[in-house]
Design a protein around this ligand. Structure first.
Ligand SMILES: Cc1cc2nc3c(=O)[nH]c(=O)nc-3n(C[C@H](O)[C@H](O)[C@H](O)COP(=O)(O)O)c2cc1C
Length: 366
């Protein structure tokens, strides 16, 4: 275990060990999107539990169509920035680093306090049903196809939010380009049916992602860590595959690197899943074959495979989701050789809030 527990330099961030908390939406902010004391306790808990890097939940980036869930936090005004500052301070005081995930929901839109009208690349709704544990909506609303002005506003929102994140004291930012949210929708041939310069071949579908990375880099300057989370699948269509396969995914990683990203965070059902239409590698192995970019890896990483994944991908951070929810002190338990529990999804019911998690913990305390 020693290598896993050693400090690692991740671009400008000195991370105390190789473990990151995966971003997880908790819909527990105030109704105006302000991060609160409950969230500060929550994130501090993971820092105290040994996670070297905390990645926050997806946080909305503008007062237009970026918010996707009720009680989702934002980072678009002073009150929200101050709320985040308090969380950043608590995580730092516990000895860990923290980056914020910036997210535009696009068509995966269940609640937004600024508008009732979702936006997306095209008038295409996500597959399946909205996520019950983020709210009660039963059907997806059809998004408006974004105009060039809408696209520019979304880019500006990411850039301003990135500057706000720096002002809040975060150690870096992660742009959400995965799981079927806006940037992932532009990359996807299911969501993106545009016939302009943002649709069609991969070079066009990549345009918005590249514009966002560039604008964010410009907003925060050179020495602030910026990365992007990437996946093929979405929350309601986990098996979607890029038609361009492995070589297309490599192009995306190279493009975000060239636009100014320091890291890519790959996520899949399993970190070693080989799921490209063309090719026999995992997302993680394709990304690791690209030079000049750091990596965070995610997907079913737990106590049984973390050492193997770390050995297979030296110098990377390992992001843990469900096992962290089940064991906020996952890393400390690993160090101490203590038992690690599996997740009980009842802790996220009826909604995935921190309050419901705490009630579940109280009920299930030994
Ligand atoms: C309750 C919950 C909320 C999540 N919210 C987000 C999110 O805000 N942003 C994101 O990129 N992924 C989100 N995810 C996905 C996780 O970051 C992670 O990719 C997924 O749980 C798979 O990793 P695991 O096998 O370690 O759990 C969420 C997952 C769960 C269970």
């Amino acid at each position: 275990m020693s290598d896993l527990m050693q400090p690692i330099k991740f671009k400008s961030i000195e991370v105390p060990n190789r473990f990151a908390l995966a971003p997880m939406t908790r819909t527990s902010a105030e109704s105006d999107g302000t991060p609160n004391a409950l969230m500060a306790d929550h994130y501090e808990g993971y820092a105290k539990g040994g996670f070297g890097l905390v990645i926050t939940e997806g946080t909305y980036t503008d007062d237009k169509a970026s918010q996707g869930y009720a009680n989702q936090p934002g980072i678009i005004n002073k009150v929200q920035v101050d709320g985040w500052k308090a969380i950043v301070d608590r995580v730092h005081a516990a000895g860990s680093k923290i980056i914020v995930q910036l997210m535009h929901a696009g068509a995966q839109f269940q609640a937004n306090r600024f508008t009732e009208q979702p936006q997306g690349p095209s008038e295409v709704t996500p597959k399946g049903a909205p996520l019950g544990f983020y709210g009660n909506q039963t059907e997806w609303q059809t998004p408006n196809a974004m105009t060039e002005a809408d696209i520019q506003a979304a880019v500006d929102g990411f850039a301003k939010s990135a500057a706000n994140a720096k002002a809040a004291g975060f150690d870096g930012i992660e742009i959400h380009g995965a799981n079927g949210y806006l940037l992932n929708q532009f990359l996807s041939t299911y969501f993106n049916c545009r016939e302009d310069e943002y649709g069609g071949p991969l070079e066009n579908r990549l345009r918005l992602v590249v514009e966002v990375v560039r604008a964010v880099r410009e907003a925060v300057g050179e020495n602030f860590t910026v990365g992007i989370r990437l996946s093929q699948g979405t929350v309601t269509d986990p098996d979607y595959q890029l038609p361009e396969g492995e070589s297309g995914f490599r192009k995306i990683v190279e493009a975000v690197r060239d636009a100014g990203a320091d890291f890519v965070h790959t996520t899949d059902g399993d970190v070693n899943r080989k799921h490209f239409i063309k090719g026999d590698q995992s997302l993680a192995s394709v990304a690791s074959s690209v030079t000049g970019i750091e990596l965070i890896l995610n997907g079913n990483i737990d106590e049984t495979n973390c050492q193997d994944v770390a050995n297979q991908f030296p110098g990377t951070l390992l992001a843990v989701g469900k096992k962290a929810l089940a064991n906020p002190d996952f890393v400390q338990r690993l160090k101490d050789g203590k038992e690690i529990a599996d997740i009980d999804f009842a802790m996220l019911q009826p909604k995935a809030t921190i309050t419901n998690e705490l009630a579940w913990r109280k009920q299930n305390a030994a």
